[in-house]
Write a protein that binds this ligand. Sequence first.
Ligand code: ADP
Ligand code: G6P
Length: 507
Amino acid sequence: MEQTCTRRPSLSDFLVVANRLPVTRGGAGQEETAWRRSPGGLVSALEPVLRRARGAWVGWAGCSDQQVAPFTLDGMRMHPVSLSARDVAGYYEGFANATVWPLFHDAIVSPTLIRDWWQRYVEVNTRFAEATALAAAPGATVWVHDYQLLLVPAMLRTLRPDVSIGFFLHIPFPPTELFMQLPWWPDLLRGMLGADLVGFQLARDADNFRRTADMRGLATAPPGSGGGGHVHMGGRAVRVDAFPVAADGAVLASLARSDAVRRRARQMRAELGDPRTVILSVDRLDYTKGVPQRLDALDKLYAQRRLDVDRHVTVQIVTPSRERIPQYRELRKQVETRVGRINGAHGRLGQPAVRYLHRSVDRDEMAAFLVAADLMLVTPLRDGMNLVAKEYAACHPDGDGALVLSEFAGAAAELDAAYLVNPYDTDQLARMISTALDDAPDDRRRRMSTLHEQVLRRDVHTWAREYLSALGATRTDAHRRTVVGGDRPRPRAAAGAPTAGDLWREQ
Ligand code: ADP
Ligand code: G6P
């Protein structure tokens, strides 16, 4: 292992604990030393929250077999947890992403059960809990995130009973029968119940969780009572509730209004040949996102000449994701084969039907794409929330544009003014795309204005405040402090550490 530095971490009053730090080193064909923004909605949501709170983040730096010293990034203290290549294979690519991830997403692909992976998961969760216990000040507030760290709340409670522990799951929580397919489900349940507050995206996730707790005789409020309630665990009442995650609405809306982004959006449309309609999709390349099904619907529309390449250009942007896991490699092949087939059948020389980008883009470029798009297709087969849908609505303050949204995205529970669709039914999906394109301009505008208002009214800072004040209310501990929106002094950056610019750099 490359040894860089072993300094004792400073103590923090507010910590986020997540598998990944907001910046990642190496991977995706990058040099091992280059830092880039980490992919996914969890980072998009938490990074603005933690930056404002000037808290600390415990997470993996994305490289294996390397010790990365703690560093400061834009006022946030980073505590890297190191993973060996075997940890990455067993804990991250194995148990977290080939067992829990598919199972919690309705087993869209079959979850793999391997006992060694579970052992790694336990070991790595222990390491995260230990790193957090070392970094937390007395009475600190610790917010643990997502399916990679389900055991951390209980482990941390054993190590540090003085801290306030929140847990939030960004992905769906499955129905009891699915969850119980995991031989280790009681351990995972106990792990989550180490928190004072267990938060979910939707009331139905919270209901599923409480039904499962009920199987162990732990639930105290009837499922179906709106997702809220308590579960009794080891003499403690653990609050369980729904807190739908939100987008950084105001920042995106003002970016979308900025001259630079508007100019770039116009330039993009010109580069696409100034078509009448730009259709856009932006996804992490994951089988939950329904990319092949969506391409099939577009294929139909181009074949039936309801879309034609002179007037309608489709842009599909995908972020590379989990590329060493076989199902993800297979998905990439499926997607790229379809894009090739559609362009071969319906495109013309220099005028493809689908423009395909397999890379991350920086925040301003992303905002320009969202502004440039007349129609946004967000059609996951299953998604805890889907921030792209909310980001698109945030980028359309003037009511232009239209959003076709899957009923199976958590976002659909709030954004019901979108054109809602069942993404498994490619005929319905094709029809809904046509409807959204042909709808009366006033109706489209009314829908989009409603969506924009919604995402601005409740942004990511509201989400964090709602969650953290509910967490605060679970403890009457005198040590507790206010953590969101505080004015803490900025620690100085360490030499060689990533800079704030790395959060937004193109991959
Ligand atoms: P997930 O968390 O499953 O990836 P979300 O839609 O909730 O899905 O969040 C994805 C986040 O990643 C959004 O904030 C979106 O803007 C960002 N994103 C997705 N694709 C790209 C890309 N190609 N380049 C840059 N950011 C991307
Ligand atoms: C989703 C998960 C996050 C994860 C992200 C990116 O948003 O909920 O926990 O970080 O995908 O996935 P990755 O495996 O690259 O961290």
